[in-house]
Design a protein. Structure first.
Length: 136
């Protein structure tokens, strides 16, 4: 039975990519180096918040939806102060450990609190395709 599941899993991942995304564990995140997605444009607004411009789908379904619904070619996501700090540190040069140390020092939090919150936040950013996590 497990042989069939291992054969079917790649097929299901191709058919339903959002439903069958690989789960990222906390340990994998803590040992990774976050890198920004180059397709996502970003700028800093007047309140020192990072505004991400995420491009809309460009496949066939995206073009059909764009014809039916009037929508801009990108979606804007505004990050808060902490999220903006994390975004500025996701250069591909800083490890997650370095980001944890920086945030713990700046916001005067314990390392454990920052690790838990940052791991969840980076997992969310990675699942939405805003960053990538690479290994050193």
């Amino acid at each position: 039975m497990t042989m069939q599941l291992t054969f079917v899993e790649p097929l299901l991942q191709k058919l339903f990519p959002k439903k069958f995304r690989p789960k990222i564990t906390r340990q994998e995140i803590l040992s990774a180096v976050p890198v920004r997605n180059t397709l996502v444009e970003w700028e800093t607004n007047d309140h020192d918040e990072v505004v991400l411009k995420v491009p809309r789908r460009q496949d066939r379904v995206g073009r059909i939806l764009h014809r039916v619904f009037v929508a801009p070619p990108f979606k804007q996501v505004v990050l808060d102060e902490v999220g903006s700090d994390v975004w500025h540190l996701c250069t591909g040069e800083n490890s997650v450990d370095a980001i944890v140390k920086t945030l713990a020092k700046k916001y005067k939090l314990s390392r454990r609190e920052v690790e838990l919150s940052l791991a969840n936040y980076l997992r969310t950013l990675a699942q939405r395709g805003l960053i990538g996590l690479t290994r050193r």
